[in-house]
Design a protein around this ligand. Structure first.
Ligand SMILES: [Zn+2]
Length: 489
């Protein structure tokens, strides 16, 4: 067998890891052989079989989305600027539940395989090399999700999610949880079977994680079983946590404890737990509960936060923790959540919304946001070989093209990236030493065909909305367009 060649990617700026934090090498290069980085340093000192020049290129580690939904997000695209007020800004309840008494599910007319491929493609194209997938991954028990991730080369943490309850919408659209603990426990068993089948698949790029869909839709028994299984099998856990205001208040009303303190009391939290969102915790300005305890509990357990700032901003709320959680010692990673799948825009929103929350122009900084999308995500996943460019780390490398007028003059490349760049400036993406995006084109799949298929699939979902929705009304009646349609006058 041939020895793998050493390839060096040069950059006018290379973000290298010094063992503690990122540093910038001006006119640098990163060299990799096989699936590992072998050298990072000044370009003049890096020897390689093949050198790819990098004038006005920024070379960064592959980015990590710690919370993503690999779907076309038809529902999320629908509820923009709208949705029912009685759901307290929650978006998904507007469409996720079936009608009471049955009927089709919202996504039934769509093509789940197209959704998976589309969303994996858009993540890779925007520089995400590792993704934590929160969804069910198509109706075949996650098999196609794993197969497609292997095909396109994305590194993925995943097992099909499970829940103790589903939403149903009554005749006036009122939302109700229908509990089925047995179904949740059976889902956990299926996730464990998936984990056993797929751990280390695709040359190690696919790793299992237990996705308890929503803390609020789980029972103490389901949480205990999840915790016990995670410990027994050495798996991580993630769950949607305190994403909704009603979740915080209902838990408080029913148990006398905040969700964080309830999970602490149950022994659920730990350094292997990634809390998706953690928006409405004690001390959040909208929670009307200004008492201490939640951050301390999360910090003491060593649990991590998956922060998805663009999604929150669209619902008129902010994570009030970029500084506060960090100061408490809590690790924060970034997630792309729904759409657009542009983790560079998530970095920008993390920094900007964080500054607005703090009324502080200094903190959080571009460095805080960049760390969250790289080292923070890696730490949450327990990986010291991801989110960094250093010898021995995985060859997950992204080249961002700064040779454009939008970026313009560069004084500081990380601030240029966070405050001026977008995901479509990503030019090259290497995962595990294999190039998956080159010249801003996705190599594994045909982008144009994928877009056509995605549009057709989403149109079918929106076209079937009236049959799904409790009101029987069409999508543009329930969610009016930004401007009225042209009527010819
Ligand atoms: Zn989510």
């Amino acid at each position: 067998m041939d020895q793998p060649r050493t390839i060096a990617l040069q950059g006018e700026w290379v973000v290298a890891f010094d063992g503690h934090d990122h540093r910038i090498i001006r006119d640098g290069a990163v060299a990799y052989r096989g699936d590992r980085i072998v050298a990072v340093g000044p370009a003049s000192e890096i020897v390689a079989d093949e050198v790819i020049p990098g004038r006005r290129k920024l070379v960064i580690p592959g980015l990590i989305s710690l919370h993503a939904h690999l779907r076309l997000n038809e529902g999320y695209r629908m509820v923009l600027d709208g949705g029912r007020r009685d759901f307290m800004r929650a978006g998904f309840i507007n469409y996720a539940g079936r009608k009471e008494g049955g009927g089709p599910a919202f996504l039934d007319p769509g093509d789940p395989l197209v959704a998976l491929r589309f969303c994996m493609a858009t993540h890779l194209l925007s520089g995400v090399t590792t993704i934590l997938e929160m969804d069910a991954g198509a109706p075949d028990g996650g098999e196609s999700c794993a197969a497609l991730a292997a095909e396109c080369g994305l590194r993925m943490y995943y097992a099909p999610n499970f829940t103790g309850a589903d939403y149903r919408l009554g005749p006036k659209g009122e939302a109700r949880l229908v509990w089925d603990e047995g179904a949740g426990l059976a889902g956990l068993d299926r996730a464990l079977a998936f984990a056993a089948r797929h751990d280390g698949a695709a040359e190690g790029r696919i790793r299992p994680i237990l996705v308890l869909n929503e803390f609020f839709a789980s029972t103490p028994r389901l949480r205990a079983a999840t915790r016990e299984a995670a410990t027994r099998h050495g798996l991580r856990i993630t769950t949607h946590f305190c994403e909704q205001l009603y979740e915080f208040h209902e838990t408080l009303r029913q148990t006398g404890l905040t969700p964080a303190l309830l999970l602490k009391q149950e022994g659920f939290l730990g350094p292997d737990v990634i809390l998706g969102h953690a928006l409405y915790v004690a001390g959040h300005s909208m929670a009307a509960y200004p008492y201490a305890g939640d951050l301390e509990a999360i910090a003491e357990a060593g649990s991590h936060i998956a922060h998805c700032p663009v999604a929150y901003a669209r619902r008129g709320v902010a994570f009030e923790g970029m500084k506060r959680f960090r100061d408490a010692g809590i690790n924060i990673g970034l997630g792309t959540d729904a759409f657009p799948t542009d983790i560079i825009s998530e970095m920008r929103m993390a920094a900007l919304a964080g500054k607005l929350v703090e009324r502080n122009h200094e903190d959080p900084s571009a460095a805080d946001a960049f760390r969250a999308g790289t080292l923070g995500g890696a730490r949450a996943l327990g990986r010291d070989d991801l989110g960094r460019l250093a010898p021995g780390a995985r060859a997950d490398i992204v080249v961002v093209d700064f040779d454009n007028l939008t970026i313009g003059p560069v004084l500081d490349p990380i601030r240029a990236l966070v405050y001026s760049a977008t995901g479509d400036m990503v030019e090259r993406v290497v995962v595990d030493g294999i190039t998956r995006v080159a010249d801003k084109r996705l190599l594994p799949w045909n982008q144009e065909a994928l877009l056509c298929e995605a549009v057709a699939s989403a149109d079918r979902v929106w076209g079937g909305f009236a049959a799904h929705h409790w009101s029987g009304r069409a999508v543009d009646q329930v969610f009016p367009p930004a401007f009225a349609a042209w009527d010819g006058r």
